[in-house]
Design a protein around this ligand. Structure first.
Ligand SMILES: Nc1ncnc2c1ncn2[C@@H]1O[C@H](COP(=O)(O)OP(=O)(O)OP(=O)(O)O)[C@@H](O)[C@H]1O
Length: 202
């Protein structure tokens, strides 16, 4: 369980939120609301104050690399540091299955320069899944994808949640939140508000 207590940076907060094991939480909100900054602060990529505990252990007690393996952030635009796609992955037995799950079974033989935006987005997700973080922070993970690819990614996310892992994602699509059975929060002006899509629909 991740407990976020009075998280603040110079631009957002204070933010309080609890993420239960095996839960999916969707953040919506207008452009500039601070959604990406919130995920970055959680992953300890930007300086922040407040208390964050993972399974009862304070973030201060983890080294930064260890924390980022447990609370992994996938930005909307991923970074690539080598020419070959394969160089970005651990050659594990699961890799072939994971690539196939996002429709990219051939991609490990490709050059990064040929990747489309949607291919980059799906491969960045597989990269994060290889780390197997306890909390996966996804910034608009399907924004560049066509509906069949969205369905593949959502299936992966649902399987992950069913296996007890935790997902916090930014999405502008209320239908996606419903499909993922996500708890919904809304961000505005750097603050989080609870949102009940099911109540709004009734
Ligand atoms: N280093 C910075 N210095 C000053 N302002 C910043 C900095 N980084 C981000 N901001 C501003 O903070 C606000 C929140 O940015 P953020 O990227 O979190 O928005 P967002 O909610 O993710 O928006 P979008 O949906 O467009 O991606 C924006 O107005 C942005 O311009």
């Amino acid at each position: 369980m991740l407990i976020i207590d009075e998280l603040k940076t110079s631009l957002i907060g204070p933010i309080n939120l609890v993420l239960e094991d095996g839960s999916c939480t969707a953040i919506s909100g207008p452009s500039g609301a601070g959604k990406s900054l919130f995920l970055r602060a959680l992953a300890d990529l930007d300086e922040s104050s407040g208390t964050i505990t993972l399974n009862g252990r304070d973030r201060e007690r983890f080294s930064a690399p260890d924390w980022r393996r447990k609370v992994a952030y996938v930005p909307a635009e991923s970074g690539w540091w080598s020419e070959r796609v394969a160089d970005h992955f651990q050659p594990t037995p699961e890799l072939v299955k994971q690539l196939a799950a996002v429709g990219l079974e051939e991609a490990s033989g490709w050059e990064v320069s040929r990747l489309s935006t949607g291919e980059r987005q799906r491969l960045a997700l597989v990269r994060a899944l290889q780390i197997d973080p306890e909390i996966l922070l996804l910034d608009e993970p399907t924004s560049a994808l066509d509906p069949p690819s969205v369905a593949k990614v959502e299936l992966l996310l649902k399987e992950r949640v069913a296996a007890g892992r935790t997902i916090l994602l930014v999405t502008h699509d209320p239908e996606q939140s419903i499909r993922l059975k996500a708890d919904c929060v809304h961000m505005e002006g750097g603050r989080l508000l609870k949102r009940d899509l099911h109540e709004e629909a009734s």
